[in-house]
Design a protein around this ligand. Structure first.
Ligand SMILES: O=C(O)CCC(=O)C(=O)O
Length: 261
């Protein structure tokens, strides 16, 4: 999949892209079908909500599941990332973020580079976060909310929050959020299953609690240039993978054909 010049320009201006209908229903079904098994596992890669046993984020899925091992090399994710970054990329993080119906918890305002830099010593804010919506995401079930254009400010003040939710995050100060929202406004990243979101390392984003009766499940792959790799090893491997081998795409039908093989 190749991004058009207009899409590249939009990514540069807004800091994100929302691309509907990139993955088919059959492909999304193949990805969702392995989640009950993965979520049932009791292991440190599965972070559960503070107030319940529900999985909030399940990490290192490409090391735990054949279909996710193929997904992280999917050309519809890897090729646009290479087009934007123009470099060899390694797999930094692989996860599914889930928000259970009625209770899925908040992700505070943050940008990913604050964590990548402070925790992992990543030098530059180059990594891309590539999401696939695995459920229909609407304004009701806790969509990601982007502050349009916030990436253009670069890294803004952030502090480590280990209290608010069950996943520690470097959270952006409220003053900075207010200023950025006044400049660029908010956009909620909605769409049918199979929609892809691409956003950069300094784009400020968050998501609110899921009060609706509908679950919200989103796959996330972070790719980072090999030339911009981590320099600190404070977090466990599943939060920042150590294999710096350049990711090579598989065939376009790898999710469905791979399952039959
Ligand atoms: O799943 C969410 O709502 C937030 C995910 C997120 O902030 C991220 O992937 O950086």
């Amino acid at each position: 999949m190749k991004l058009s010049d207009a899409q590249i320009e939009r990514f540069e201006n807004d800091g994100f892209l929302v691309l509907p209908s990139v993955f088919t229903h059959d492909e999304v079904d193949a990805l969702k079908s392995d989640l009950p098994r993965l979520f049932a596992e009791r292991r440190p890669e599965n972070f559960r909500e503070k107030e319940s046993d529900a999985v909030r984020t399940a990490m290192a899925l490409h090391q735990r599941s054949d279909v996710y091992a193929r997904l992280v090399r999917h050309p519809r994710l890897v090729e646009p990332a290479k087009q934007i970054l123009g470099d060899d990329l390694y797999i930094q993080q692989v996860k599914v973020n889930a928000k259970e119906a009625f209770s899925g918890d908040v992700w505070q305002w943050h940008y990913d580079f604050a964590t990548h830099h402070e925790e992992d010593g990543v030098p530059e804010p180059l990594a891309l976060n590539l999401h696939i919506l695995l459920d229909e995401v609407t304004e009701f079930n806790g969509p990601l909310v982007f502050i349009r254009g916030s990436h253009r400010r670069g890294p803004v003040p952030a502090t480590l929050d280990t209290e608010t939710t069950s996943y520690p995050l470097w959270v952006v100060d409220r003053e900075a959020v207010a200023e950025l929202v006044a400049e660029g406004g908010l956009v909620s990243a909605k769409g049918p299953p199979g929609t892809v979101l691409i956003f950069g390392d300094t784009l400020v984003h968050g998501s609110s609690i899921n009060m609706s009766p509908w679950p919200r499940t989103i796959f996330s792959l972070i790719l980072n240039p090999v030339s911009n790799a981590l320099t600190r090893y404070r977090r466990p491997e599943h939060q920042h993978h150590r294999d710096l081998g350049a990711v090579v795409s598989l065939a376009d039908d790898c999710l469905i054909a791979g399952a039959a093989a």
